[in-house]
Design a binder for this molecule. Sequence first.
Ligand code: HEM
Length: 139
Amino acid sequence: MLWIKSLHIIFMVTWFSALFYLPRLFVYHAACDDQPGNERFKVMERKLYRGIMTPSAVLTIFFGTWLWLGYGFAGDWLYAKLALVGVLVIYHFYCGKYVAAFKNDNNQHGHVFYRWFNEFPVLILFAVVILVVVKPDLF
Ligand code: HEM
């Protein structure tokens, strides 16, 4: 089990590195007004979303589910954690929607919006790690 948990935590870290970096690229891309810069950001965003963020999300959830179902974990902490992971997956898909909007030169938001958008995963990270390590009785 510890090998699976190690892989779960490793891919969680790579997922979060992209969840923190991609919206930061959106902040600078939304403020960018030169064409070479615009094209460079499109390449960086596409490679980060498809090459790191999405595979990391799939592997975090795969190894987490293996831990959950393979070793019989249960409890309020896990159900609360799964709900927050669900929110994180929705956030992940919104990032994909914004990657596509920038790719099609159809971005609708300014850099201030993306600065707030960028902060959201921090809240999820704090909550999920506290839930899984402390395992508080919630209900
Ligand atoms: C569907 C998604 C997920 C499932 C089913 C899942 C399930 C689990 C389970 C069953 C454990 C073992 C708990 C234990 O050994 O006490 C675990 C450990 C862990 N999970 Fe997840 N997890 C998921 C996603 C995540 C995400 C998104 C994060 C990060 C924000 C995360 C962070 C952790 C950490 C840090 C541990 C190690 C806890 C420890 O060793 O005490 N997991 N996960």
